[in-house]
Design a protein around this ligand. Structure first.
Ligand code: ADP
Ligand code: MG
Length: 381
């Protein structure tokens, strides 16, 4: 992929480009915890967006998207481009301008192999690689956390997606063989070892996108807030479910709707599972880690109710397979992928079983995406 980007730059704009990459991500555990100011555990993957870039002497930027096979000219101080893919690049530049950066016109060719819209955050990979490349090329002096914020604000202000900041953190701070425990309240990152010898991480993509996702998301947020409000009547200083324990929730259970109780207990337990999963990683105990993934799926499906038939089918099939250490739905829910931690010797067998059974049930095999936990944003020499 990176050779293709380099060659295309050479063909369109000549010699002397610098090359950068920033990856997509998976989230091993910690779902629906981010907006409750809890913990998530993402890792960068071996699928990335690559950028070849060089300052030019003109007034405009020239930008070529390899994957859309489209070239545009962009005025750094002009109007927002019409192509969505270009809005990410334009947005990063604007967010950097707001923070006092001086960016000169450049030529850029970019493309990658992060599947779009599969829940691997191709958008964060794009913002992060553009931010990282501009920061390096023009010596802007932003640190990685600032680049993550710039990426997040690009989505908010120039793409219209009110995303959290996990994806950008994973893309920028990821390391090979490490996952990132991100505290969504303080944004403190702790690297945890992730090197399951003799195992593979594989995603099964339902390729289902339920329209329920955004409306149900708002309902879940409101239910979490309702639970916090009840506890806050009795306990001072409660800001979010992050501050609520199961003991507190149980004490005031009678004052909340059953469904609010169920939603809140999922979040509190999911935060605890992230902690337990990290402790297991530090011991190299992948059996326990996998069991926590399974618990996460159970909670998301039965208590938080954001799964769907396809996701449950994939998770159940994996859970019943003796070579699987852990499996769960990944992302907001109602579609997208499951993430599976599988013994290498059982890998082929699991894949054929999952493909056959899923196709039999839903008429089409899931997309298989194998991932390795890899390095975050970097320059390629
Ligand atoms: P994801 O879950 O993958 O982040 P999004 O819908 O948030 O899905 O982002 C996908 C968008 O990001 C695409 O529609 C496109 O505008 C941009 N994008 C992602 N990857 C590429 C790429 N390789 N080339 C050009 N644009 C890309
Ligand atoms: Mg995205």
């Amino acid at each position: 992929m990176k050779t293709k980007i380099q060659e295309q730059f050479h063909k369109l704009f000549g010699e002397g480009a610098s090359l950068f990459a920033s990856p997509g991500r998976v989230n091993l555990i910690g779902e629906h915890t981010d907006y409750n100011l809890g913990f998530v555990l993402p890792g960068a993957i071996d699928k990335a967006i690559y950028v070849a870039i060089k300052p030019n002497d003109g007034r405009l930027c020239r930008i070529h998207s390899v994957d859309y096979n489209e070239t545009i000219e962009m005025d750094l101080n002009g109007e927002k481009p019409t192509q969505q893919w270009a809005c990410y690049i334009y947005g990063v530049v604007q967010e950097m301008h707001k923070r006092g950066a001086l960016i000169h016109p450049f030529d850029m060719v970019f493309g990658g192999d992060v599947p779009l819209g599969a829940g691997l955050s191709s958008s964060a990979a794009l913002e992060s690689v553009v931010g990282f490349a501009l920061n390096t090329l023009f010596h802007l002096g932003f640190d990685r956390a600032q680049l993550a914020k710039i990426g997040q604000m690009t989505e908010h202000n120039y793409v219209g997606v009110r995303c959290g900041i996990m994806d950008q953190f994973a893309s920028l701070f990821g390391e090979k063989g490490k996952v990132i425990r991100l505290d969504c309240r303080s944004l403190e990152c702790t690297l945890e070892p992730f090197d399951p010898q003799g195992c593979k991480v594989v995603l099964f993509d339902t390729q289902v996108k339920h329209t329920l996702a955004s409306s149900e998301y708002n309902v879940r947020r409101a239910q979490c807030e309702a639970g916090v409000a009840v506890v806050l009547k009795h306990v001072g200083g409660i800001e979010s479910l992050r501050d609520v324990t199961m003991d507190m929730l149980n004490s005031y259970k009678s004052e909340m709707e059953e469904i609010v109780y169920r939603r809140c207990s999922f979040v509190i337990n999911e935060n605890q599972r992230v902690m337990d999963a990290c402790a297991a990683l530090e011991q190299g105990d992948y059996a326990t880690f996998g069991a926590k993934m399974n618990g996460s799926h159970e909670g998301l499906s039965k208590w938080y109710e954001v799964s769907c038939a396809e996701l449950d089918f994939l998770a159940d099939t994996a859970h019943a397979h003796s070579g699987v250490l852990g499996a769960r739905m990944m992302g907001g829910g109602f579609g997208g992928c499951t993430i599976n931690l599988v013994k290498a010797e059982a890998y082929d067998d699991l894949l054929s079983e999952v493909k056959d059974k899923f196709a039999h049930q839903f008429g089409k095999a899931p997309r298989i995406i194998e991932v390795n936990i890899s390095q975050g944003a970097h320059q390629i020499s």
